[in-house]
Design a protein around this ligand. Structure first.
Ligand SMILES: *Cc1c(COP(=O)(O)O)cnc(C)c1O
Length: 724
């Protein structure tokens, strides 16, 4: 071996690291990420499992096995197929073996670069003089000023050298889908399972607008999940579409569930079309598309296969907004529950829009549109007209490169990357369940998950925390919402319709149960969120009594340990009734007089009492599960808004008015009013809910809600209504 090492050094492989057996066994997957080739001795007692491990996490890396020719026949076939080359230590010369390894390293370096990133790297190595935009020319302009110099130093030379304009032909063009950029999109299409894929550098907000604008002409009808992102509202407005809605269920915690399958049937869709004030059914109306948010913000994934079957009876195009769900294809746990499945023949044309930046590894705004054609395929060049309408002629190349790299990462290690975050989430979930059952009455944080799971193929039930972690990590049946279970709080849910995604973990605080019954004691989630924020732990979103944590691919091993400790610490501080000024200094600073001498217990009890008396969660549920009367289409309401035919109205006085903009309270970020909808009477759920939020905000400074479409002036909520 020593001879090979010195030969390798001579052939230009600069860092050779030798590890001892135990260390390598523990860390092989991490080590192989840093390596360009791995050389293993077959005599190691666990060489076989190490080879498996390396191959699972990296399909391209060269694996060299040092073995004696006599032992070849003893080596199992799967090992032989995972190994690239065998080194016969006594058979070849050290320099020949070193040469083979060095060549493999060079090849590996080339193969791991996906098409567009590769050409970007090559281009930036060329050091051309540029006479085109961007005008900073590889960063040079920044160096002429001291502020600019700090900016340049902060990000480093490479960012600027690779920030190119579309006039650099070598890297291709995003608008034409040509050259290396086009090759990268084709590669992504193969990896993500589409007929064609386009890269979008302005987020899924833009991807959604592209899909809707490409399919719906003015006056076209769209079947829309009411649990939709703001960008869908914008699409409806821009395309002058007429929406009819599918309404998802909500449970007692206020967690958004799925649209029930009955809501996707032709009968239900025809009924909502017949009830639309803008449509004359006699004309025989066929909607242009249906859009479904998959998974929901709280991690409910649909049985996409069945949803597609149901919706295909009414529409030719189905759009799954999978902004939070780009990883699903890479792990068998999600089988059948995402849009880009390998389907022999599909009825509808299916679109998936994914925020690659949200849960895969990519820069912010990196997004993809994937298209799987059905019986009425969409012409790529026609779709591209809409794509270009929403694109910049100067896209950010680093974002495009990150989309390319993300595809490659999922291609070579998608299974491992996803399984790691699933396993990590399960460790946290089981730990929380264990604490809950050990501490019983002396603990109050729960997790929204099953209490019992059934061992597949048996009738054996075991407690969630006692279930084998491997079973939880691989058996989707453990995560399916069943009508025979009550933990999830959705009544009459159809079996196998919805699954909870293990990586989206909702922690529950005390105060309300799955069916919306308040208890006497409660700790609103907002207090726990503020505490965690003080400790530098930032969650994804929170509800009245629940907090969502995402176990994305970037979650470091064991990071959740700190979260558990902080939850324990919060409990200790709460039990010893510390002061708000001590524990939540940022909250205290928003209004020291208000919080002077207030303790955690006092604040929790005051806040919980308010929320219970006003039935905040129940009212929110009512507001978002009813459909307000539609008075104008979103586009018509928008016309009123920009032509000045609107007025700013106090929410407390906004009864029986037409909303000129959408109103979207966060969380959960789902519209209670779409533009053009009727606010209803004063004591109907929508206005009651908005007033509850307003009164809460006045009473608890530092804990204010954020609602799109609402402006707060001196504590009063205002909204734009169409003039009467
Ligand atoms: C975040 C989100 C979007 C928008 O994605 P961006 O990449 O932030 O523009 C669209 N739809 C859903 C469901 C989202 O959660």
């Amino acid at each position: 071996m020593d001879n090979i090492v010195s030969e390798l050094e001579e052939s230009g492989v600069n860092t050779i690291i030798e590890y001892d057996n135990d260390f390598v066994t523990e860390n092989i997957r991490i080590l192989s990420v840093d390596a360009d080739a791995v050389v293993l001795d077959w005599d190691l007692y666990n060489a076989e499992s190490m080879i498996d491990n390396i191959r699972m996490s990296d399909s391209d890396i060269g694996i060299f096995l040092m073995a004696d020719p006599d032992s070849l026949s003893d080596i199992p076939v799967n090992v032989v197929s995972n190994v690239d080359e065998f080194l016969w230590v006594l058979g070849d010369t050290p320099s020949f073996m070193a040469g083979r390894i060095a060549a493999s390293c060079r090849r590996y370096r080339k193969t791991i670069l996906p098409p567009m990133f590769k050409s970007l790297v090559e281009f930036s190595e060329d050091y051309e003089y540029s006479w085109h935009t961007p005008g900073h020319t590889a960063g040079a302009a920044f160096l002429k000023n001291s502020t600019g110099r700090l900016f340049y130093d902060f990000f480093g030379e490479q960012l600027f050298r690779s920030d190119l304009s579309i006039s650099v032909g070598e890297v291709g063009s995003l608008l034409d889908h040509s050259g290396p950029i086009g090759a990268a999109e084709k590669y992504a299409s193969k990896v993500f399972g589409s007929d064609f894929t386009m890269f979008v550098t302005n987020g899924t907000s833009t991807s959604n607008r592209v899909v809707h604008m490409a399919l719906t002409p003015p006056g076209g009808v769209e079947v829309v999940d009411r649990n939709c992102h703001k960008s869908i509202e914008h699409s409806l407005t821009m395309s002058h579409a007429i929406p009819v809605y599918m309404v998802p269920s909500r449970n007692g915690y206020g967690i958004m569930g799925p649209i029930p399958p009955e809501g996707m049937t032709p009968g239900a869709i025809e009924k909502s079309i017949s009830e639309s004030p803008f449509l004359d059914v006699k004309k025989g109306i066929k909607p242009t598309l249906a859009v479904v948010t998959n998974s929901t913000y709280d991690g409910i994934c649909y049985n996409a296969e069945h949803a597609e079957y149901l919706l295909s009876k009414s529409v030719d195009n189905i759009h799954f907004d999978e902004a939070w769900y780009a990883y699903a294809r890479f792990n068998p746990l999600y089988e059948g529950r995402f849009a880009m499945r390998d389907v022999k023949e599909s009825d509808a044309t299916v679109f998936s829009t994914q925020s690659t930046h949200k849960l895969l590894a990519a820069l912010s705004q990196a997004s993809m549109v994937h298209v799987r054609n059905g019986k009425k395929p969409i012409e790529k060049s026609i779709f591209n007209e809409t794509f270009m309408m929403h694109a910049s002629t100067s896209p950010q190349y680093a974002i495009i490169a990150s989309l390319d790299v993300s595809s490659k990462m999922m291609d070579s290690s998608g299974y491992n990357l996803t399984q790691d975050s699933i396993d990590e989430a399960i460790r946290f979930r089981q730990m929380m369940a264990r604490i809950g059952s050990q501490k019983k009455n002396d603990w109050w944080f729960g997790v929204w998950q099953p209490e019992y799971v059934t061992v597949p193929g048996t009738h054996e039930r075991c407690r969630f925390e006692d279930a084998p972690a491997e079973m939880l990590g691989t058996e989707s049946s453990c995560w399916i919402l069943s009508k025979y279970d009550s933990w999830h709080g959705f009544e009459n849910i159809e079996d196998n319709w919805a699954m909870l995604d293990p990586i989206k973990v909702t922690v529950l605080t005390p105060g309300i149960d799955a069916h919306g019954n308040y208890s006497d004691f409660g700790i609103p989630a907002a207090m726990v969120v503020s505490y965690l924020d003080e400790k530098g732990i930032v969650n994804e979103k929170s509800g009245d009594y629940n907090i969502l944590f995402l176990f994305s691919m970037g979650v470091a091993n064991g990071k959740w340990g700190t979260l558990v400790s902080e939850l324990c610490e919060f409990k200790r501080l709460f039990d010893s009734d510390e002061k708000v000024s001590e524990v939540l200094p940022k909250i205290y600073a928003t209004d020291p007089k208000r919080y002077e001498d207030v303790t955690l217990k006092q604040l929790a009890s005051e806040m919980h009492r308010f929320m219970k008396e006003r039935k905040q969660t129940n009212v929110a549920n009512m507001a978002s599960s009813m459909l307000p009367e539609q008075k104008m289409t979103p586009a018509d309401a928008y016309r009123e808004l920009i032509t000045g035919n609107v007025e700013h109205v106090k929410v407390s006085e906004a009864e029986n008015r037409i909303a000129a903009t959408g109103i979207v309270p966060y969380p959960p970020g789902v519209p209670v009013l779409m533009p053009g909808e009727f606010t209803g009477r004063k004591n109907e759920p929508i206005l009651m809910y908005l007033r509850t939020l307003q009164d809460f905000d006045k009473k608890f400074p530092g804990f204010e809600h954020d609602s799109h479409g609402i402006e707060v002036i001196d504590g009063e909520y205002y909204m734009y209504c169409v003039k009467e």
